[in-house]
Design a binder for this molecule. Structure first.
Ligand code: SF4
Ligand code: SF4
Length: 187
């Protein structure tokens, strides 16, 4: 996702050199987040959770229907994602820069890469089927720092998914406000 000018980590340099900063990944379709992502943004921006995230339906999110990130409500399953304005993430500036770069969601940090399922191929691969990302970088050139971000992302995904599973086991799930309270993102 588009990078801020001042970033200098070596892992970012490799990616920035081939990222066209087209911001497509900040505009299509939805950026799914965990409670940890939201909490970091709340802490640094002072914004309330409801100003940062909203719930998305299947048709809006175009997201893996088998994912454990889907939250059950009385009106159907929904995905927690960053809010959008005029077709792109609310944190994208008119100059296509991320305005919360240092505390952006982990999925924004690792995009467009993911760990490979295969034990024989490269440990990290490019995701080419989510958005029309034009970034091209040989897998072998990926920096070790990316692996670290992915490990943290896995950890935070696990924590969040555990709470979502607990929520989804309820016979009569509550609404969005109750869900935010369960995550301790609202009072
Ligand atoms: S879609 Fe790909 S090329 Fe475009 S800004 Fe995002 S990472 Fe960079
Ligand atoms: S938080 Fe930043 S990097 Fe992530 S989608 Fe929004 S503008 Fe893009």
């Amino acid at each position: 996702m588009p990078q801020k000018n001042s970033v200098s980590e070596s892992r970012i340099r490799t990616i920035v050199s081939v990222c066209s900063k087209c911001a497509i990944c900040c505009s299509e379709p939805v950026v799914p987040v965990t409670e940890s992502d939201v909490r970091r943004i709340m802490k640094h921006t002072g914004m309330e959770a409801r100003r940062i995230v909203r719930l998305y339906s299947y048709s809006e999110a175009c997201y893996d229907q088998d994912s454990d990130l889907w939250v059950q409500f009385s009106y159907g399953r929904r995905l927690l994602g960053l809010k959008k304005k005029q077709g792109h993430c609310i944190f994208l500036s008119p100059a296509n820069r991320c305005t919360i770069y240092d505390f952006r969601p982990l999925t924004c940090r690792t995009f467009p890469f993911q760990e490979s399922d295969s034990n024989t191929g490269p440990p990290i691969k490019l995701i080419r089927d989510v958005v029309k990302c034009r970034l091209k970088v040989p897998d072998a050139k990926l920096q070790p720092g990316l692996k670290k971000q992915m490990a943290l992302e896995d950890h935070e995904d696990d924590l969040y998914e555990r709470k979502v599973r607990k929520w989804n086991r309820q016979k009569e799930p509550g609404g969005f406000s109750e869900f935010l309270r369960l995550l301790k993102l609202a009072k």
